[in-house]
Design a protein around this ligand. Structure first.
Ligand SMILES: Nc1ncnc2c1ncn2[C@@H]1O[C@H](COP(=O)(O)OP(=O)(O)OP(=O)(O)O)[C@@H](O)[C@H]1O
Length: 609
């Protein structure tokens, strides 16, 4: 058993503390915040209370924007629309049907259901396989416009541009609403704080950092993002529902695009991805706005705009991270000491019986390509490629620049890439499957340009690579993670064990390549696609990677396909070579036979037409 100890880590302006320290810190902060909420009505006048009630509800909505945008990288302008759907569910129900306990429940359920369904549809439009990150911004910009148009065209039913006013609704004193909304906001903020520091939260950070790489680790990113959007839509519409009950007024602005954009600005100002920043920022700005905008009605918008521009230029992370970094340096040494060494992560080799590698059928190819073609318009990049790789074979794909090697890798690992042809992994046709789904067939792919998660630590990357075999917790961080023996061996032999707590972007290039290989092996694949695994490595590192690969091939029977430009390396490790030239497979045979062939010499000297 190998044991590696983790420690305190500053990231995004907050500390990642071990669970017991974190839990205690959350409980203490939550209790303090609840005491402040309890005292509030005794020291604040009713106007300030009503301003803060609105601010608390907007802070909850800003929190949902932060979880989507700050944590997961989904830039959304739609949370205002979901707030509006919740508010109008209350307004329409109480205006047209009346207020009873039954209608409150029904309207709230309807608000949440409609919001979640709309979010699922928006998510499906924005995150279908092949959509770019621009889609979500466009789709979520359109949603508030559509919702507001529906309100305008609803005539007296929706109140059109005047909205709905003065309906009967659950009535509480302003102090009652203050306690209710304040408590709700504090508890939701505490839950979000724990959530983003859990393994699941770190996985969302990884989606933000490098979504493509997540897909190749078998993580169904679109599904996760749609589910998160639905949950956040439900919360925003609940906030809107309560808002309508408090003020007994709903208006199109509560669902509009300007409101949705304001929420994004609040999150950017507070510090996206920090949870506390957007909440505190929203409350502060709403409170200041209520007082200053009545004194300086026209100037206030300019002031807010100027603050936004100044903060974004001087502190692009927002206000909270630099403040928190300064404060955390003054953290009591007792807390830092308590945190240090208590976040131990144990990586241990899995028992053979726990390894779920796809069972290799020695009599059929582990990877089978027939007539694979790829076209970009009229440009034929791959033409009728046929390759079969048996378990235990290490096949090198060589060819000059632009021959189509990387395109071939893409076609094998993403069902939507090829133009025609059939590809089978372990006897299963990949069809139009996504990279995540193909990973479940037993395929692992590493990338030409080291494709990692810059904001994560080495151990977090390894946790992520185990997603398929171990569901990350939404409240906790795992302290024991089993890795396949092959991954453990790479970890130990490359010295990555001493870097487990270090940030990936601080690793030297050789270590990054080793981590990339360890992550792919952690998937327990039996077909490995490696795109230039030794690019940029020293001779010693190349030798080491070569030994690891031949060991995986001979001892564990993995089918390995490797793109390489270094012929010495290829001769050292491969059992077979395939030569691509201008998208055609021109040679396939024994290493020595191919290397010594006149055709290969001519291709590399540029004398082949
Ligand atoms: N998105 C694209 N649109 C149009 N052509 C493309 C696209 N991607 C790749 N190509 C072309 O396809 C051909 C094969 O590219 P590919 O990257 O697969 O070659 P390669 O053999 O991997 O080269 P290298 O060794 O330089 O990585 C090249 O001519 C390239 O210009």
């Amino acid at each position: 058993m190998t044991r590696f100890i983790g420690g305190v880590e500053a990231d995004h302006g907050y500390l990642v503390l071990p669970l017991h320290v974190r839990f205690r810190a959350v409980c203490i902060l939550t209790a303090l915040a609840l005491i402040v909420v309890l005292i509030g009505p005794f020291v604040l006048d009713p106007y300030t209370q009503s301003v803060l009630v609105r601010a608390f509800l907007l802070a909850v909505t800003a929190l949902t924007v932060d979880l989507l945008w700050g944590t997961t990288g989904i830039l959304t302008f739609a949370q205002g629309a979901f707030f509006g759907i919740g508010a109008y569910a209350a307004g329409l129900m109480f205006t047209h049907v009346g207020y009873t306990a039954g209608t409150v429940l029904f309207a709230l359920l309807a608000a949440i259901t409609v919001s979640m369904l709309v979010a699922a549809f928006v998510g499906w439009l924005a995150f279908w396989q092949g959509a770019t990150s621009l889609y979500v911004a466009v789709v979520t910009l359109v949603l508030p416009i559509v919702v507001v148009q529906l309100i305008y065209s609803g005539g007296s039913f929706t109140g059109s541009s005047s909205g709905l006013v003065g309906f009967d609704a659950p009535s509480l004193s302003m102090s009652g609403w203050f306690w209710f909304t304040g408590t709700l906001m504090v508890l939701l903020t505490a839950c979000a704080w724990v959530f983003i520091r859990s393994d699941y939260g770190r996985m969302l950070n990884a989606i933000r950092d490098n979504e493509t790489r997540n897909r190749y680790l078998g993580i169904p990113t679109s599904h996760i993002k749609i589910t998160l959007m639905m949950a956040m839509a439900a919360l925003a519409s609940m906030a809107g529902f309560i808002y309508a009950c408090v003020g007994t007024i709903v208006a199109p602005e509560h669902a509009g695009f300007v409101f949705g954009t304001e929420l994004v600005i609040y999150v950017a100002l507070g510090g996206r991805g920090t949870v506390l920043g957007p909440v505190i920022g929203t409350i502060g700005l709403e409170w200041a706005s209520a007082y200053i905008s009545s004194i300086l009605p026209f100037v206030w918008t300019i002031i807010i705009g100027t603050i936004f521009v100044v903060v974004i230029v001087i502190m692009p992370e927002g206000l909270l991270p630099p403040i928190w970094r300064t404060l955390s340096k003054k953290l009591p040494s007792r807390l830092a000491k308590a945190a240090k060494g208590k976040g131990a992560i144990t990586f241990y080799p899995l028992a053979e019986s726990d390894i779920k590698t796809f069972p290799a059928n020695m009599s059929q190819p582990a990877l089978d390509l027939s007539s694979v073609t790829k076209r970009y318009g009229h440009l034929k990049v791959l033409q009728g490629i046929d390759i079969a790789v048996m378990p235990g074979e290490l096949v090198g794909i060589v060819g000059p620049n632009g021959a189509g090697k990387t395109t071939l890798m893409r076609c094998i690992s993403d069902g939507l890439e090829r133009s025609s042809g059939v590809i089978k992994v372990n006897g299963k046709d990949i069809g139009q499957k996504s990279p995540a789904a193909i990973t479940t067939l037993g395929l692992g792919r590493s990338f030409q340009n080291t494709s990692l998660f810059e904001s994560l630590s080495v151990s977090e990357c390894l946790r992520l690579a185990r997603y398929r075999h171990w569901q990350p917790s939404k409240t906790d961080t795992a302290d024991r993670i089993g890795l396949p023996t092959a991954a453990m061996e790479v970890l130990e032999s490359t010295g990555l064990t001493s870097q487990l707590d270090g940030k990936v972007n601080n690793l030297p290039h050789g270590m990054k390549r080793a981590l990339e290989l360890t992550m792919v092996l952690s998937l327990e694949p039996n077909v490995l696609l490696l795109d230039e695994p030794t690019a940029g490595l020293t001779k010693a590192d190349r030798l080491m990677i070569g030994n690891i690969l031949t060991d995986l091939q001979t001892r564990l029977g993995l089918a390995i396909v490797l793109i390489e430009h270094d012929f010495d390396f290829v001769k050292q490790v491969c059992s077979r070579l395939v030569v691509l030239h201008r998208g055609e497979l021109v040679l396939d045979g024994e290493v020595q036979e191919v290397v010594n062939s006149d055709l290969v010499q001519e291709i590399y000297s540029g004398h082949v037409e």
